[in-house]
Design a protein around this ligand. Structure first.
Ligand code: ZN
Length: 307
C-alpha cells in the first residue's frame, strides 16, 4: 500500500490535506477502481470500511489498482458537520464536477473530480444516513451512457434496494456518481448505516460490497456470492420537504413499503397541535427518513423510492 496525501493549496485558508492510499495489484493489469468515503462529515460506516479494506486487501490477490480515500471531506469530518462543508455551507455531493472559480466546496469538488475521480475506470462512493438521518441500505446509479455497467456495480454490491436516477428528474444533481457517469465512468453511491453510528453490521456490509465489486470486475479471484434475493429495483425518487417549521415525527421507519395516501409523518407546532400531515404522493419505499424532529421550512423529510 502506498500512503499518499492530496494537498490542496488552492482553497481559501490553510492547505487542505486529504490522506488516501493506492494499492497496486501484483496479479497483473486490470481496472483502476476508486473508492471514496467520508464525502459527508457524519457518515462513519464507509470510512471505517475503507480503513479495514486497506488492512485486508492483499496486493498479491489483486489485479489492477485500487485508490481508496477513507475520509474525503476532512473539514466536515473533524468538525462533525452533517451534510455540508463548514467553510461555505454547501453540500459537497451536490457540487461535482466542481468549479475552480467557485467557493470553497466548488473548488474542493473540482480538485477531487480532476485528481481522484476522472483517472478511474469505476467509482464507488460510500455513504450512510448522516447524523440526523435513519436509512435502509441501498445503491444509487444514474441514467447515462454507462448505466448498464453502473447497474452491474450496484447489483454486485448486494444491497436490498437499487435506485436508478433518471437524467430528466435528477433529484440529486452534482453528485460523485452523476459527474462520473457524465464522463463515461461507471459509478454508484452505496448507502449503509445511519445516524452517525459506526456499527459493525453496516461497516461489514460496505466492506463486503466493495470486495464483491472487485470480484465482479475481475480484480479479485472468484465470483462474488450471489445475494440471498434479488434487490427491489426502483425507477425514481420523490424527496419530500416540509412546507413549515415544525417538530417532525415520522410515522414509518425507513424500508417500509407504503401506498399512495399513507401517512408518513406529522409536523407539530410548539404546543403539540398538528401543523401539517405528510402523505405519500405515490406508492414507494422510504429509503431514508429524517430522524431529527428539528425541521425548518423546505427541510428534507425523507426520500421515497418509487416503483
Ligand atoms: Zn452521504
Amino acid at each position: 500500500m502506498e500512503k499518499k496525501t492530496l494537498v490542496l493549496d488552492c482553497l481559501p485558508g490553510e492547505p487542505l490535506e486529504i490522506p488516501y492510499a493506492r494499492i497496486e495489484g501484483r496479479r497483473g493489469e486490470g481496472p483502476h477502481l476508486t473508492v471514496l468515503a467520508g464525502v459527508h462529515g457524519g457518515e462513519y460506516t464507509g470510512p471505517a470500511a475503507v480503513l479495514r479494506l486497506l488492512r485486508e486487501l492483499d496486493p498479491a490477490q489483486l489485479r489492477g489498482t485500487v485508490t481508496a480515500v477513507p475520509v474525503l471531506n476532512q473539514p466536515a469530518f473533524w468538525s462533525r458537520t452533517a451534510f455540508v462543508v463548514p467553510a461555505d455551507g454547501k453540500n459537497l455531493n451536490r457540487c461535482f464536477p466542481g468549479d475552480p472559480a467557485g467557493s470553497y466546496t466548488d473548488v474542493l469538488a473540482h480538485e477531487v473530480f480532476t485528481r481522484l475521480i476522472a483517472p478511474s475506470d469505476a467509482l464507488l462512493d460510500l455513504h450512510a444516513g448522516d447524523l440526523p438521518e435513519s436509512l435502509e441500505p441501498f445503491c444509487l446509479y444514474e441514467e447515462s451512457a454507462v448505466e448498464e455497467r453502473s447497474r452491474a456495480l450496484a447489483l454486485a454490491y448486494g444491497l436490498g434496494h437499487v435506485v436508478r436516477q433518471s437524467r430528466a428528474v435528477r433529484t440529486v444533481g452534482g453528485s460523485t456518481s452523476s459527474a462520473a457517469a457524465d464522463v463515461g465512468i461507471p459509478a454508484i453511491i452505496a448507502e449503509i448505516g445511519a445516524n452517525g453510528i459506526c456499527d459493525e453490521t453496516s461497516v461489514a456490509g460496505h466492506l463486503r460490497g466493495v470486495l464483491a465489486v472487485c470480484a465482479s470486475l475481475g480484480m479479485l479471484p472468484g465470483s462474488p456470492a450471489a445475494p440471498a434475493s434479488a434487490p427491489a429495483e426502483h425507477t425514481g425518487w420523490a424527496w419530500l420537504r416540509s412546507p413549515v417549521r415544525g417538530f417532525w415525527l415520522a410515522a414509518v421507519p425507513a424500508g417500509t413499503q407504503v401506498a399512495a395516501g399513507d401517512v408518513l409523518g406529522v409536523l407539530l407546532d410548539p404546543y403539540g397541535e398538528e401543523l401539517h400531515r405528510v402523505l405519500a404522493p405515490v406508492a414507494g419505499c422510504p429509503l431514508f427518513v429524517t430522524s431529527s424532529p428539528a425541521v425548518v421550512p423546505d427541510g428534507l423529510l425523507l426520500g421515497l423510492a418509487t416503483a
